[in-house]
Design a protein around this ligand. Structure first.
Ligand code: DCP
Ligand code: MG
Length: 579
């Protein structure tokens, strides 16, 4: 609840006005039957007094006006409170997710985060609205109705006192059974969302591997599980309504039967009897409302808990302990000292073991190694996408943990192996690197990345709209756009993780040439499959199974490193064979 207090505070007025106005609605509604009883019993049956009847009718009209305006106002403010409140929560959850480390996101799973952000927030909005409208109204109606009924005829009203506890017990039992089932149901929704998300983002791969029927089967299994769990939870909910209606009807019959006897024995007038019947309906229907609300809140409690989990998760990678939060990357020297790393604590062996090397600012470092050797893992530690488990990573002689994340990541430009573009124009995408860049700067950097040529070839040039994830450009074009985007950042350290794999060798050579002149002072780390991509690097690391097995220039490695020679000759031999 603490988590939500501050959001409620912002809309205090709405949160108070909503229930308060609902209370005036109850006030009007509750006196109506009694006024009616007076009109019938005294005005019509006893006194035959027209004046009295008119007076009573005017009072009733006033009550109806109060009731209606209270109802409208109460609903209005409750809706405003609930919508604003939940929209703030949604924004908070979203901005919290932005602070999450890769590890945090892996733990929640993307699908689950999406459900929490959408479905769960909607649940919270509904329960808040319902709660503001009913939480005060229904109990007030219940108590008020009982008091009024007793004030008319205590003997008849006491019938209700037997029914209320019985109903309350039934509601309690249903509630106890429903809560775990709804929790279960929500978990299935999560699972389904994860599956859907994975499937739809990877629909191309699925089609190319003709995995459609397999995926459909997998989805259907998740969907059936959700159906079964929803049914199991709903079975309970559908029971409540008939049980309540039955209880209401039985109580009404008992009241009518007992009341009929009293009227026949001249102990009570017809008007009073009809008023008590109305109060019975009011009381039992408000009990029904309470029970419905409790059921709805069992669902919402699960949602509330799941939202709190996100809001209260501390990002496991922060810069609050940074020693030099104002320091920026200036030279771009990098040094790894005995670094160990693994993705999950559970794993026995490390993904990276005892990594030690250094590279001076402005130089070029090449990294080669078979797939799964740990190349991507190694470079991800530099801008702290993940943290090393042991050892130190220094930039300009300062531990990366001692920079603020902002300054560190401003200093390091990275083109990820799985790079993405966003929907929007090419220009907008490139501006991610530097939102204040002039058009000339954008063009210049696109030229370095060998992208200007094909961009101007598009009809709309830099204004061409990219589809979601950059679907409407080729793989090689996408890679070049991502390089241009990173270059615009003008970083002190530039990391290219297999970023030219889809670019032809001639274009790649042009990119390298441009780097030499345009990025003289930038430290360049280039991960590549092709030796030709890193052949003229100042230093090359050869990685195998998470360890460095070779370090030196191309010529040095070629002379005395078996691993490197093997890679090199496998590629040159192949090229010879092809040509
Ligand atoms: N790994 C993991 N969890 C991740 C990413 C990787 O457990 N989220 C494992 C899989 C590999 C190892 O880490 O065994 C090293 O993975 P890298 O991505 O660092 O490997 P490379 O980048 O060298 O491989 P590639 O050339 O295929 O990109
Ligand atoms: Mg990789």
């Amino acid at each position: 609840m603490k988590t939500y207090g501050r959001f409620i505070k912002r809309y205090k007025l709405f949160f108070i006005l909503g229930p308060l106005l609902m209370l005036t609605e109850v006030g009007g509604e509750i006196v109506l039957p009694k006024l009616m009883a007076g009109m019938v019993d005294e005005g019509i049956l006893t006194l035959h007094n027209m004046d009295f009847i008119v007076r009573q009718a005017i009072t009733m009209l006033c009550c109806i006006l109060i009731q209606v305006s209270g109802g409208i106002g109460g609903h209005y403010f409750s809706v405003r409170a609930a919508v604003n409140f939940s929209s703030d929560i949604r924004e908070e959850v979203f901005s919290k997710i932005q602070t999450f480390s890769f590890k945090n996101i892996d733990e929640f799973s993307t699908g689950s985060l999406v459900t929490r952000l959408t479905n769960d927030v909607t649940q919270v909005m509904n329960i808040t609205r319902m709660g503001l409208i009913m939480a005060v109204r229904s109990p007030a109606m219940l108590v008020g109705g009982v008091i009024m009924a007793f004030s008319i005829n205590a003997r008849l009203a006491s019938v209700m006192l037997i029914m209320i506890p019985l109903l309350a017990l039934a509601i309690f039992i249903i509630m106890r059974m429903a809560l775990p089932r709804f929790d279960y149901m929500q978990k299935s929704i999560d699972n389904l969302n994860s599956k859907t998300q994975e499937n739809i983002t990877n629909v191309r791969v699925i089609k190319s591997f003709v995995r459609r029927s397999f995926e459909v089967e997998k989805f259907n299994a998740a969907s059936s599980r959700l159906r079964d769990r929803t049914l199991s939870a709903m079975k309970l909910v559908v029971c409540t309504m008939p049980v309540m209606t039955l209880a209401m009807n039985i109580t009404t019959i008992v009241v009518l039967w007992r009341g009929g006897n009293l009227v026949a024995g001249n102990e009570m007038l017809v008007g009073s009897l009809s008023a008590i019947v109305q109060y019975t309906t009011q009381i039992l229907s408000s009990l029904m409302m309470v029970s419905m609300m409790i059921i709805a809140s069992t669902r919402a409690i699960a949602s509330i808990r799941r939202i709190s989990e996100v809001i209260n998760t501390e990002p496991d990678l922060t810069d609050t302990d940074a020693k030099y939060p104002d320091k920026t990357v200036t030279r771009g020297d990098i040094e790894f000292k005995n670094v160990y790393f693994k993705y999950y604590k559970k794993l026995k062996t490390s993904i990276l073991e005892d990594i030690t090397f250094s590279i001076e600012g402005g130089k070029t470092l090449g990294i080669v190694g078979s797939t799964g050797a740990g190349k991507t893992s190694l470079v991800q530690l530099i801008p702290r996408l993940y943290d090393a488990d042991k050892g130190e990573i220094l930039i300009d002689g300062v531990n990366v943990r001692d920079y603020s994340l902002y300054n560190l990541r401003e200093g390091v430009g990275m083109v990820l192996q799985k790079n993405v573009l966003f929907s929007g124009s090419i220009e907008k995408n490139l501006r991610w690197g530097n939102k204040n860049a002039s058009m000339d700067m954008i063009r210049e950097n696109a030229e370095y990345a060998q992208a200007d040529g094909f961009i101007t070839g598009f009809g709309d040039g830099y204004n061409m709209e990219l589809g979601q994830g950059g679907v409407n450009v080729s793989g090689g074009q996408k890679q070049r756009l991502c390089i241009a985007r990173a270059l615009l950042k003008n970083p002190k350290i530039l990391i290219l993780d297999d970023s030219t794999s889809a670019v032809d060798t001639a274009t790649e050579a042009n990119i390298r040439k441009a780097f030499k002149t345009a990025l003289k002072d930038t430290t360049k780390i280039i991960i590549a499959q092709r030796i030709s991509s890193i052949i003229d690097a100042d230093k090359i690391l050869v990685l195998k199974d998470g360890r460095i097995v070779g370090e030196g220039t191309h010529n040095e490695l070629l002379k005395d490193n078996d691993e490197y020679r093997e890679i090199y000759y496998s590629q040159t031999d192949r090229e010879k064979e092809v040509s």
